[in-house]
Design a protein around this ligand. Structure first.
Ligand code: MF3
Ligand code: CO
Ligand code: CO
Length: 278
């Protein structure tokens, strides 16, 4: 989430908090749990299942198995109504914040599952794309691959002394080089005790611009990449974001921390798709 220049900015703390090593270890736990929810749910993402069923399974896994709280549930920010479900499920031309429902997903659909855990006061936020039935159009598959590469190209930029603009520029360059567009209305975000806090992490921008990265900063990078134009609109449910031109959209998300020498990804798990070889 993180709607640029919106009511959300008013709701989030206006300073960037630097986390201590002990706090980072707690975020690593929350982050690993979020990633492990995605490992757990992967085998259930098959033709015929509904996103409401995926939500129910993830909810129970978080609450009963992991003893953590699904941070989206009843989350309320800005002008949005309280979020009604425990995960976000964004299908095909849905960009982000899709609300789980009772429609079965179909072979060839592409689905983003976005998980945010709250464990002992700390948040972890990660999302992945799933290809339903392991088969999709060449365009859909390429969009999933390129958006994953965008995320990792951005992560590679992170180290002390770099700037937020370096992150956005890396994503924008890779997406546009491949004929895709970057959603500009929603961004990554600082994260910690709050689900969303400073800074806003734009997925486009110019190298060398924006705030400097400092050790102890924790934020998400979560590029939303469209096969068509960048423009989006929000559905009347107050949450679901779709592409205006109804083109496919894909998103991947990790929570990261700036270390003394580089970056640590906090949302790691055994089943996570590995960093691509560029
Ligand atoms: N997890 C989303 C993000 O990456 C935010 C979802 S807000 C919700 O920031 F309320 F829809 F869950
Ligand atoms: Co996020
Ligand atoms: Co998320």
């Amino acid at each position: 989430m993180g709607k640029m220049r919106s009511s959300l900015s008013a709701a989030i703390p206006m300073t960037i908090t630097l986390k201590s090593p002990e706090e980072i270890e707690k975020m690593r736990v929350a982050g690993r749990l979020a990633a492990e929810v995605l490992d757990y749910i992967g085998p259930f993402v098959k033709p015929g299942v509904t996103t409401a069923e995926l939500d129910r399974l993830c909810h129970n896994h978080m609450v009963k198995t992991q003893a953590c709280y699904p941070a989206p549930l009843h989350y309320s920010v800005g002008k949005h109504p309280p979020y009604p479900k425990s995960i976000c499920t964004s299908l095909n031309h849905q960009v982000c914040h899709g609300i789980p429902n009772d429609r079965p997903i179909k072979k060839g659909d592409i689905l983003n599952l976005d998980i945010t855990t709250l464990k002992e006061g700390w948040h972890g936020d990660t999302s992945r794309m799933f290809i339903v039935g392991q088969e999709a159009s060449i365009l859909a598959k390429r969009l999933c691959v390129i958006s994953h590469e965008c995320l990792w190209r951005a992560i590679e930029q992170v180290r002390p002394g770099k700037r937020l603009g370096d992150i956005g520029a890396a994503i924008q360059r890779h997406a546009e080089k491949n004929g895709f567009s970057v959603v500009r209305d929603y961004c990554g975000h600082g994260i910690g005790r709050n689900f969303h806090e400073e800074p806003q992490v734009a997925h486009f921008g110019k190298r060398g611009e924006g705030d400097e990265l400092l050790p102890g900063m924790t934020f998400t990078i979560e590029p939303m990449i469209n096969a068509g134009k960048a423009a989006v609109s929000e559905l009347p449910d107050g949450w679901t974001v779709i592409t205006k031109d109804r083109s496919l959209s894909a998103q991947w998300e990790h929570t990261v921390v700036v270390t003394e020498t580089g970056v640590d990804v906090l949302t790691l798990s055994v089943g996570m798709p590995p960093k691509p070889n560029f």
